[in-house]
Design a protein around this ligand. Structure first.
Ligand SMILES: C[S@@+](CC[C@H](N)C(=O)[O-])C[C@H]1O[C@@H](n2cnc3c(N)ncnc32)[C@H](O)[C@@H]1O
Length: 387
């Protein structure tokens, strides 16, 4: 804090006012700034227009101009009581940065952009609740090669706690799953992908993360889908009996194979199937590397939690949705699990793509068959006990 009424974050000094503001969401704001910086690094002097559609006090919009190098900043919040605050705060933008401040609903704002043919290199929608209704218009407002940075605080429907709402919002089944944040992010990306494909466009997910309250995804809008991109839409099945997980692409959908549950149950495995959702990678390591490099440059500010987050995500591109909490592995073993790092090393040594999940702490992500994971964990625990 630099004074009783002012809050400092990165290069911004501003008033946060009486409305919604969470200092703890700083890593998400740092990521937004670094996404703009990474766009600037590849833009070769082109325009860098940013739309902050649910701006709150305007902290992101201000930082996009001060630290991101945005050439134009549109800051909008539907709450008209916030307008004087937004205007005061955005007066702090550097001279020469084109600015526009408004109080439209995001729907009106984005529809206006479509009518005017206006596009932005980054569209940031930091929504309360589920922004599903905004997705097609938001994608229309993103320039080709630009980024949509979307947040949802609708954890209930995306994590299987309100299945009917998930059907309405995502057109998908959301079931309880041990990697619930991951499933929520993948449902959101699945919706984004289907909307982009319906427009003839493609997407590249750049980063996806959550702290359990907000589910944040950033994607690059591509002029066309890459070959086989539709193969990233699929289903994830979790067996509540034995803990196994299976993944199928919708394009090659077949029967679910038998898992480790006794066949005698006669009804097949008790599978909880979620989807359609995005089953491809969640993170783009190249973009995360550029963001981390940009964070080293003068004029950028990445705090320690933000840096740890980016490094964790870069280390786990999340190419498979199959994730298990180590606690679930321990339950299966009937004793404490081996250290996660040891399990990752042992499964990697057997040739299976494996990593600690970057999305949820204390989780294993692996391509290895579930019986192999359990047997490897058991072997590691036994070897430790024998020492
Ligand atoms: C999560 S807060 C934004 C926080 C801000 N981005 C930050 O980092 O501090 C969401 C904001 O969206 C605004 N809002 C809610 N519904 C909206 C809508 N339909 N269109 C535009 N703004 C909306 C709210 O007034 C609120 O200020």
């Amino acid at each position: 804090m630099s004074g009783p009424d002012h809050y400092c974050e990165g290069a911004a000094v501003l008033e946060t006012g009486d409305g919604f503001f969470r200092p703890a969401s700083r890593p998400a704001r740092d990521c937004g700034v670094l996404l703009v910086r990474s766009l600037a690094a590849g833009a070769a002097g082109g325009p860098l227009r940013v739309l902050d559609g649910m701006a709150g006090c305007g902290i992101r919009a201000l930082r996009y101009g001060l630290e991101g190098g945005a050439t134009a900043v549109w800051a909008n919040d539907a709450d008209p009581d916030r307008l004087p605050l937004l205007e005061r705060n955005l007066a702090g933008l550097p001279p020469g940065v084109e600015r526009q401040v408004g109080t439209a609903t995001a729907q009106q704002l984005l529809a206006g952009c479509l009518v005017a043919g206006r596009r932005f290199e980054l569209v940031d929608l930091d929504a309360f609740g589920c922004p599903a209704a905004l997705v097609p218009l938001a994608l229309e407002a993103v320039a080709f090669g630009g980024v949509l940075y979307l947040a949802s605080t609708d954890g209930r429907s995306a994590t299987g706690h309100d299945r009917r709402a998930a059907l309405r919002r995502f057109g998908a089944a959301a079931r309880a799953h041990p990697a619930s944040w991951e499933i929520a992010l993948r449902l959101q990306l699945g919706l984004l992908a289907r909307s982009a494909w319906a427009m003839g466009r493609g997407i590249t997910p750049l980063l996806s993360f959550s702290e359990g309250r907000a589910f944040r995804t950033a994607l690059r809008l591509e002029r066309h889908p890459t070959r086989g991109e539709e193969g990233h839409l699929g289903l994830v099945a979790h067996c509540h009996g034995c803990g196994d997980q299976q993944v199928q692409s919708l394009g090659r959908l077949g029967r679910w194979r038998a898992c480790g549950c006794p066949a005698a149950s006669g009804e097949g495995p008790p599978l909880a199937v979620s989807g359609p959702l995005w089953i491809g990678p969640l993170q783009d390591p190249a973009t995360l590397t550029t963001m981390l490099l940009e964070a080293e440059r003068e004029g950028t500010h990445l705090d320690r939690p933000g840096r740890r987050l980016l490094e964790r995500l870069r280390a786990d591109p999340a190419s498979t949705p199959r994730c298990w909490p180590v606690a679930a592995i321990a339950r299966r073993l009937g004793q404490g699990p081996p250290p996660l790092a040891d399990l990752v090393a042992a499964l990697t040594a057997q040739g299976f793509a494996t990593a600690p999940s970057g999305v949820m702490g204390g989780q294993l992500r692996s391509e290895a068959p579930w019986p192999v994971i359990v047997a490897t964990a058991r072997g590691l625990v036994a070897a430790t006990a024998a020492r």
